[in-house]
Design a protein around this ligand. Structure first.
Ligand code: CMC
Length: 364
């Protein structure tokens, strides 16, 4: 038996949900290029593709949109639980707690209707807590807006511009699913014990929260804030690398070439943020970081990852930093649920082994 640190290069499931080809930069959801889905489809259509295996007909899309929108209103007990959580608690922890309290049946095997009840409610959880913390009123739930529009509407109180809706929709589609990442694996492990959907999703949310996974975009923004201006980029980054620190928004376990999601989001943020000084600082930081990573970590093939430009898009559509990772959780719930359904369909308990390195007691 051999230990593979971080399970690098280990395949733990066969799946037709998605292909993440880190050598050739190919990224596919169920037979469709994700870059094409991001510019031509709505989030609801892509979620339908991930859960049911095909893009919906117009009638299926209408029905699926209605199914999601039925869960937009938070039950009173969930609001009460959110209100009890201390103000200093971060939004991902609030989301984890609130999701576990949703009135979703725990019956096995999990079904898309259960998944829709969670995905439909997540925007309201985030928005409700956000308004409580800001002391602003939560807008009245609307039924006729798309999932993406409704999320922005709940946060801001007015329906978004088409440009903001399309930018966020591209982000949500590009980050909806990404193979056997840490949070998806966590969700599949829980599901493999025949536990319920909410338990699997709360495990996944917990895994996504870490800065090495979904917590990176707010760290990217923090990095740019700390750098402050274009003339300080090189000295700031060099000091971090000299100290042996990691640069947030760079490197990936699977991508040893350009992350196609980063490329797509760069274009989206360029369209929205263009000449904005913050965006110019981001571009300069990326350029210098890539050359310094080559200098300090030669041969490691470290490229810009999705989180770098995720920060740019989410900022450009007006989201505050503390909502970046929760918004990632909103989109990734689609992929988590696809994998949870997939795991349940072909289930075998996930039960690896460990290699004991301690002493053996003397025989009596
Ligand atoms: N900055 C500086 N050095 C790095 C970075 C980085 N961002 N990423 C990896 N390295 C170095 C690392 O120090 C190691 O060097 P050495 O060979 O001298 O020990 C080498 O590259 C290989 O790193 P690793 O830790 O074996 O790589 P990994 O596959 O275990 O980690 C990662 C992948 C994403 C956790 C890592 O690249 C990282 O910490 N990046 C920064 C955090 C980040 O941006 N996370 C978002 C990831 S994308 C969203 C998602 O899919 O979750």
């Amino acid at each position: 038996m051999k230990v593979i640190p971080g399970l690098e290069g280990v395949a733990v499931a066969e799946t037709d949900v998605s292909l993440v080809d880190g050598e050739r930069g190919r990224f596919v959801y169920r037979g469709h290029w994700v870059r094409d889905l991001a510019v031509s489809r709505r989030f609801e259509e892509v979620v339908h593709l991930l859960w049911y295996g095909h893009l919906p007909s117009m009638e299926e899309e209408r029905r699926f949109g209605r199914l999601l929108s039925e869960h937009r209103e938070l039950p009173p007990h969930v609001k009460e639980i959110i209100d009890q959580i201390p103000a200093k608690t971060d939004m991902m922890s609030v989301l984890r707690t609130a999701v576990s309290a949703l009135p979703v049946t725990g019956s096995w095997p999990p079904a898309p209707e259960q998944a829709a009840a969670v995905l439909g409610a997540i925007p309201a959880i985030i928005a409700y807590r956000h308004h409580r913390m800001q002391g602003t009123p939560m807008p009245k739930v609307q039924r006729d807006l798309s999932h993406t529009s409704h999320y922005l509407y709940l946060l801001k109180g007015t329906a978004p511009t088409v440009a903001h809706e399309r930018a966020l929709e591209a982000y949500l589609i590009l980050t909806a699913e990404h193979g056997m990442n840490a949070s998806t694996f966590a969700g599949r492990v829980v599901t493999s014990t025949q536990s319920d959907l909410l338990s699997a999703l709360t495990a996944a949310i917990g895994a996504l929260k870490g800065p090495l996974h979904g917590g990176a975009p707010s760290e990217v923004e923090g990095m740019l804030e700390a750098i402050g201006s274009v003339d300080k980029v090189e000295s700031w980054l060099r000091a971090r690398l000299e100290a042996g620190e990691r640069l947030m928004g760079f490197g990936h376990r699977v991508y040893k070439t350009v992350d196609p999601r980063a490329e797509a989001l760069r274009r989206v943020s360029q369209e929205l943020a263009g000449e904005d000084p913050w965006f110019q600082l981001a571009l300069e930081t990326e350029k210098i970081a890539l050359s310094l990573l080559e200098e300090y970590k030669p041969g490691r093939r470290l490229y810009t990852n999705v989180e770098f430009f995720a920060a740019a898009v989410l900022r450009a559509v007006g989201l505050p930093k503390q909502l970046y990772t929760p918004t990632f959780a909103l989109s990734r719930t689609a992929g988590w649920c696809a994998h949870i359904l997939d795991q349940a369909e072909h289930n075998r308990i996930i039960r690896p082994q460990s290699l004991y390195t301690g002493p053996i007691p003397a025989t009596s």
